[in-house]
Design a protein around this ligand. Sequence first.
Ligand code: AMP
Ligand code: ZN
Length: 493
Amino acid sequence: MQLYQQQQIKIHNSLTGKKEIFKPINEGHIGMYVCGPTVYSNVHLGNVRTFMSFDMIFRYLKHLGYKVRYVRNITDAGHLENDADTGEDKITKKARLEQIEPMEVVQRYTVDFHNILNTFNFLPPSIEPTATGHIIEQIELIKTIIDNGFAYEVNGSVYFDVHKFNKSHEYGKLSKRKLDDLIHNTRALDGQSDKKNPQDFALWKKAEPQHIMRWPSPWSDGFPGWHLECTAMSTKYLGEQFDIHGGGMDLKFPHHECEIAQNEAAIGKSPVNYWMHANMLELNGQRMSKTTGNTVNPDELLSGNNKFFSKAYAPSVIRFFIAQSSYRSVLDLTDEGLLASEKGFFRLMDAINLLETLKASDKSTIDIQAWKKACYDAMNDDFNSPILIAHLFDAAKYINQVKEGQASVTSEDLKVLAETINTFTFDILGLENVTKKESGTDKLSGAVDLLIKLRQEARANKDFALSDKIRDELAEVGIQLKDGKEGTTFSVN
Ligand code: AMP
Ligand code: ZN
């Protein structure tokens, strides 16, 4: 018997706006597709948050015994600068600016992406297909959509006919937009576009002479539209209909809306049973985005070398911080938030590291089975990791109580407690057991924390000369102490 036969997962389906009981198409198997990065620049922490949410979901589904085929693509062509099919291809533009080959851009940032994922202890997906590796599949899809009457060719480019599609299907059902409103809210075409209507989107674009990334097709030498690659690759590897499709909230429209339209136009079926959208990461109250420059790269946060944060944070601390809020909530990345998560993370690790020293008793004063069930219930409820973490903190409290003789557990319960806390902390949340000392990023803070402690002692002894000396001399070497409600913290200038 597999664990999934005992657990019932509910998933918030963006298509219906409801939490629904999850039932895979084929019992015991799950097909999951997540839109991957466009590899034209370093990934920022917002991207990492979205992929981390799906990594945790992948880990939990695997833990339950499902055979999960997890496909996460690499967008290495076709993603234009803006959603209205205008502007340059993001990768081509970068190649032009840096005077290198587009494939050098792709290689550089794919390697960067993989390095970041390794640092944060991600599991690799089952398949990581690229848009450029699936041009033939995309051309075949376009032919089918044209044959079915939902696309038209103009001057070597092919566009999806949204107005015609909407007569027999429902365009906008995922993002809850009505075509009439879209028409109302978009500017009329300026005569430069070949599209019949501004809402139509490109399936194939004819390449201008200077456009380097180009492939032959029945319509022109050109390149595929961005939305098409995901339809081609998801259905190729997961079938015409599959279980879960995920991505960041910003992809709901137009990207995922267009994916649904393409699938329905080509195959006559809605591709996905459960659409999942991860919410945005903000940096000090504003959406993190490459375009606006309000970003912090993982490397900068890990090294402490940035203008936003007072210190460096370990990868598991950042992972823990992200898991402390639901994947569906907006999350604001702040120094206070990270400092609080760091404290909590090390408290949890300290408790886990005590487990081996605990002595079992004849009877349990804690209901370990009820606690274990609560951990599963949290994850079954739309992967509610903050509630799970609250239960892990309960377990940390139990461990400390048993250690101090204020509570007792039988050897059987101790085994269940240890197994369960390890499974959820390391296998499902993907954290790594690092102590404060080992985290490496913490050497400076270790030393400064010691000085902060000495300063507190000096103040307690009314030795203000010494306490001021510590503060002033730290300031001279660029370390500012900040006295606040939560105690003293520091920043490095
Ligand atoms: P991109 O490389 O821009 O296509 O983005 C890759 C993934 O990161 C997509 O699923 C986006 O929705 C997601 N993403 C982009 N910005 C953020 C953000 N600030 N917070 C969370 N996810 C984001
Ligand atoms: Zn996609």
